[in-house]
Each structure stands twice: as C-alpha cells, then as structure tokens.
Design a binder for this molecule. Structure first.
Ligand code: CA
Length: 227
C-alpha cells in the first residue's frame, strides 16, 4: 500500500506518516499543493491525504483537478475548518471523505480502511493484472503462470505488481526504488537488479517465453510475449 500525504505542517505530516508506516504503508510527503498534485500524477497511490489549506495551490483545487484525471484514487481531505460548508465543498470537489483537524489517529485509520475497502470494490478489475499467461490477483495476493502458483516474497510481489501496472512501459531503477522501496537508496545500489534477477528465476526461467526485459541504460519492462 502506498499513500501520499500533502500537508504543509511538518509536524502533522510526520505524525500521520508514522502512523501509516506502522500500518505497513509506504509513504510519500508533499509540502505544497503543486508538489502534491505532481506526485499524485506521476505515481500510483492507494490513498491520498490532502490538507485543505496549502501553499501554492489549495487542497480543494488540487482535489478538483486530480479528480478529473484520476477518478479512482481515494482522496481524504483534512480540514482545520469544522464548517459544514467546507465539508460540502470537499465532497463537491470530488473528495471521497473528509476529516476535521484535530483528529484521532484511530479515526483516521478507520476512515482510510473504509476508503480502501470501497475503492477495492470499485476497482475489482484493476486488481487483476496479467501479461501473457502470467496472472496477478491482488485481492488474493496470488500469482500464477500457466496456472502454476508462484511463491514470491513480499518485495518480489510488489516489484512484479509495479511492473505489471506499467506493462509495456519502461520502468527506470529510480522509479522502481521509489515505488517498491520506501527509502531512497543511493542510485549506485544494485538492489533493483538483484530483485529483478530473483523475480526472473521464478517468473521467467522455468518458461520458454520471457516476459521481463532489460532495456539497456534505462531499466526494465514487462511485455506480452511476442510484443
Ligand atoms: Ca495546512
């Protein structure tokens, strides 16, 4: 699970981030509306927490603009204002839910859980990814190739899922690091290559058709056989 927190108060941001991380989320932070919108557009998030009052671009404007292009991503607005009008505005701008500050972390997590359950129901299709005879069922956390079940570690699974979500698009090592690992490693690190190799041993080696390809000098791509 990956979450984006768009919040300009560092203390609040890190308070929420810690809680999400303790619930096994990978967390990205943005401190203003423009940065938040840019990150939301260039990454895939399971949930976005969006503060109402933000520098550069307000939370409500970010929400409205994101909603137009990313109808599926769950957005939870965080507002310091407790007025009914602002809550209505949040929902009209396309937020899935709102929470008035200050809030209890238990309530925040309950709201996020509810949003995730709802969006999972809405995106049942998106939970099943495939490439050739390789299938990933995210609800069941199950990967099969030619009907054969594959045992992947959590990290291998996350890596494969990311490649499948971006099928036919080259993923750079940096993108993979940012999406699959929460920490930004030194760019010299070969951790991505190591994991790609482990994944290949399970996903490609026993089969004739190779799905995971190296794009020299760029990164990796998963492609339909024969493509
Ligand atoms: Ca704020």
């Amino acid at each position: 699970m990956r979450a984006l927190i768009v919040e300009d108060e560092p203390k609040v941001a890190s308070f929420i981030a810690k809680e999400l991380q303790s619930h096994a989320f990978a967390v990205d932070l943005a401190a203003d509306g423009e940065a938040g919108e840019r990150m939301a557009r260039s990454n895939t998030y399971d949930v976005i927490l969006l503060d109402w009052m933000l520098p550069r671009k307000s939370g409500i404007a970010v929400c409205r603009d994101l909603r137009r292009d990313l109808p599926q991503v769950p957005i939870l607005m965080l507002t310091a204002l407790d007025g009914v009008e602002d809550q209505v505005n949040s929902l009209q701008a396309g937020a899935d839910d709102y929470l008035s500050k200050p809030f209890d972390l238990v309530v925040l997590m309950a709201r996020i859980d509810a949003l995730l359950r709802r969006s999972k129901g809405n995106r049942e299709e998106g939970q099943k990814l495939s490439c050739g005879d390789l299938q990933l069922d995210h609800d069941a956390r199950r990967v099969t190739r030619s009907g054969q079940e594959m045992r992947l570690t959590a990290r291998e699974y996350a890596l494969l899922r990311f490649l499948l979500q971006r099928k036919d698009k080259v993923c750079t090592r940096m993108e993979i690091l940012e999406q699959v690992w929460d920490t930004l490693f030194d760019t010299e690190t070969n951790v991505v290559d190591v994991y790609i190799n482990m994944l290949r041993k399970k996903v490609d080696k026993p089969f004739t058709e190779k799905l995971i390809h190296t794009v020299t000098g760029m990164g990796y791509v998963i492609r339909e056989p024969g493509a």
